[in-house]
Design a protein around this ligand. Structure first.
Ligand SMILES: [Zn+2]
Ligand SMILES: [Zn+2]
Length: 99
């Protein structure tokens, strides 16, 4: 799922520590729908990571730019800019389904 340039970042101790602390700070709940998701949610970067900013901790590890979301809300957040094929769409659970 993670792109090549960000693979090492998502495995880094700094990120895992940041992620765990952030998730605890929002009480393991999705920030949009407030559903309790434990640690299975997705810590979303409001600024899309790219090869230019992946090594900038002011962006990658900055809590101001993070949002903890359940899978469904995360998919909705990305549904505007995801390269979704014309023959699929997101259903109301946030899963990709055929049109
Ligand atoms: Zn949610
Ligand atoms: Zn995201």
């Amino acid at each position: 799922m993670a792109q090549e340039f960000s693979r090492a970042f998502y495995r880094s101790a700094a990120w895992l520590k940041c992620r765990a602390a952030y998730i605890a700070s929002v009480f393991y709940c999705c920030e949009l729908c407030k559903e309790a998701v434990g640690t299975s949610g997705i810590l979303h970067h409001k600024i899309s990571l790219c090869p230019e900013n992946i090594n900038d901790p002011n962006i990658t590890l900055n809590w101001d730019h993070l949002e903890y979301l359940c899978v469904r809300c995360h998919n909705q957040t990305h549904s505007d800019n995801l390269p979704v094929r014309g023959d699929v769409k997101f259903d109301d659970q946030g899963y990709l389904v055929r049109r």
